[in-house]
Design a protein around this ligand. Structure first.
Ligand SMILES: Cc1cc2nc3c(=O)[nH]c(=O)nc-3n(C[C@H](O)[C@H](O)[C@H](O)COP(=O)(O)OP(=O)(O)OC[C@H]3O[C@@H](n4cnc5c(N)ncnc54)[C@H](O)[C@@H]3O)c2cc1C
Length: 482
């Protein structure tokens, strides 16, 4: 086992070798936004020995890295569902957490635009639904107001539901903040550690067979996202099947950012929430996602057909957007199941909690899901110690609406590395790359470094800076010593 985290402060992040010869009180399987939030919540319980394990070489490397990054209000959730409740609570919790920890959030608001009479007629029902979901700030606005608030909108908008509470957030820093806080509070994070088998109990302990050997645990939280059904079957359950629902997206260049002020939502249909146009906190514009039910849980590629569909829909919403340069395309897989709601349940006999079916709102709901899971563990008899306060965490800023290091004379004066731009498209400095490589949860790949700094994520996609960034990555944490 080679620790790669900040071992000086006693924290433990491992990516290879045998696992420690200890028995964990709770093991969280899956280090996406949900698993990291759960681990963070458990980390607040003093004395509890917690492991967070993931098959991937990084945290947030599954669905949590590829979504539309909206901090939802939950105005359009199914009233009375667990999802509606946890999205509403999670939205409030995450907004406050982001403000405290420096995760960029832009409260741009959303306009749910009606393009024909049928959609216009649906707006009062959507307004009533929002109110049933406890969201009172929505209102219906007419075509003149829509046009004045979104001057570049395509022709034909008849009205809109104004939802001022919707925001855009940085999904990558959210996962990383949770993981960082959890690890600093004593959680062991084991990466490249897929759980393949679950043995029967020996006393109150069971052995998980992982790609890195045996891991002993008393309790287990299954937060395996797309694979939560498979892990659940290892535990002896057969409650749901995950069908990956692919969402393809197009990222437009920053020059497109002035074309759109709000998140532009379509009126939802029976087939889903539909294609939206949204700004990102990085200063780009997103168009997507598609909704395609697939069999393959690794099918995160984009297709010519999917991109063509998005372009056609985008042209109707914001025609000028289609004239802008495309920076990237990507796709994420929602963990859809045959059930309409989240599948979160405890099995006291098997000493586990399953967190399944977290489809299209898991980023928003993550902190509320974590609190809910912890309460289930407690009720199931896990005997968790009383929660204490976690030391706060302050994350690097990746958002364009807030000062970035290259803009801060004070930082550059104190440390010239913040004045040395390495990635010119995204204005990422050598100081930021160095910090990411030496952080509590360092990246395991260039992709992981991109999610922590935006290096290689801009319009040239690393064509110019790729070699330098790779060299810095390969030098790793030692960069800080030179
Ligand atoms: C296109 C799209 C748009 C979306 N937009 C939004 C949005 O705007 N706002 C919002 O709130 N939500 C959104 N979502 C939903 C959100 O992204 C997900 O709900 C959330 O990321 C799910 O997180 P998770 O931790 O459950 O899953 P994941 O992030 O997939 O994490 C699960 C982890 O489990 C690991 N794992 C799996 N099997 C094993 C095993 N056997 N052993 C060890 N580890 C294992 C995986 O490697 C993975 O890292 C969107 C999703 C998609 C696809």
């Amino acid at each position: 086992m080679t620790p790669v985290g900040s071992v000086d402060d006693g924290t433990s992040v491992t990516r290879d070798g045998a696992l420690p010869d200890v028995t964990y009180d709770v093991t969280v399987v899956g280090a996406g936004v949900v698993g990291c939030a759960v681990a963070r919540e458990l980390a607040a319980r003093p004395g509890l020995r917690v492991a967070l394990v993931d098959a991937s070489n990084d945290v947030g490397d599954g669905t949590s890295k590829a979504n539309t990054a909206i901090l939802h209000t939950g105005f359009d959730a199914v009233p009375g569902s667990l999802e509606a409740r946890l999205v509403r609570e999670g939205s409030r919790l995450l907004a406050a957490y982001a403000a405290d920890s420096g995760i960029p959030v832009e409260p741009v608001g959303a306009l749910l635009v009606a393009w024909d009479e049928e959609q216009l007629d649906a707006l009062p029902t959507l307004l009533a639904k929002a109110e049933r979901n406890g969201y009172d700030a929505a209102r219906i606005i007419g075509p003149e107001e829509v046009r004045s608030r979104e001057p570049h909108l395509g022709p034909g908008a008849l009205g809109a539901l104004d939802v001022p509470g919707e925001s855009v957030i940085c999904p990558w820093m959210t996962v990383l903040a949770y993981a960082t806080q959890a690890v600093r509070a004593g959680v062991d994070l084991h990466l490249n550690c897929r759980v393949n088998t679950v043995d029967a109990f020996d006393g109150d302990v069971r052995v998980l067979g992982t790609g890195r050997g045996a891991l002993r645990t008393r309790w287990l939280v299954n937060a395996a996202g797309l694979h939560a059904d498979a892990v659940d079957r290892l535990l002896g359950h057969d409650d749901f099947t995950v069908t990956p629902r692919r969402g393809q997206l197009i990222v437009f260049d920053k020059l497109a950012r002035d074309l759109v002020r709000h998140i532009l939502l379509p009126v939802p249909t029976a087939l889903g929430k539909g294609v939206l146009v949204a700004p990102t906190v990085y200063g780009n514009v997103l168009l997507g996602p598609t909704a395609e039910d697939l069999d393959d849980k690794s099918a995160t590629g984009s297709t010519a057909e999917g991109i063509a569909t998005l372009r056609e829909k985008g042209r109707a919403i914001l025609p000028e957007l289609l004239d802008e340069e495309v920076t990237a395309v990507y796709a994420g897989l929602r963990a859809a199941t045959e059930h309409d709601d989240y599948r979160i349940s405890a099995d006291p006999g098997r000493r586990c909690v399953t967190v399944g079916g977290i489809r299209s709102t898991g980023l928003t709901a993550s902190l509320a899901i974590a609190a809910y899971v912890t309460a289930l563990l407690d009720d199931a008899g896990a005997g968790l110690p009383e929660a204490g306060d976690l030391p706060p965490v302050r994350m690097p800023n990746l958002g364009e609406a807030f000062p970035r290091p290259y803009q801060r004379a004070d930082l550059i004066a104190a440390d010239p590395a913040y004045g040395t731009v390495v990635c010119h498209c995204e204005r990422v400095t050598r100081g930021e790359i160095r910090d990411a490589l030496a952080a509590t949860v360092p990246p395991g790949s260039l992709e992981g470094l991109r999610r922590r700094t935006r290096a290689r994520g801009g319009r040239c996609q690393g064509f110019h800076c790729g070699a330098v960034v790779r060299e810095l990555f390969e030098r790793g944490a030692e960069l800080g010593d030179r």
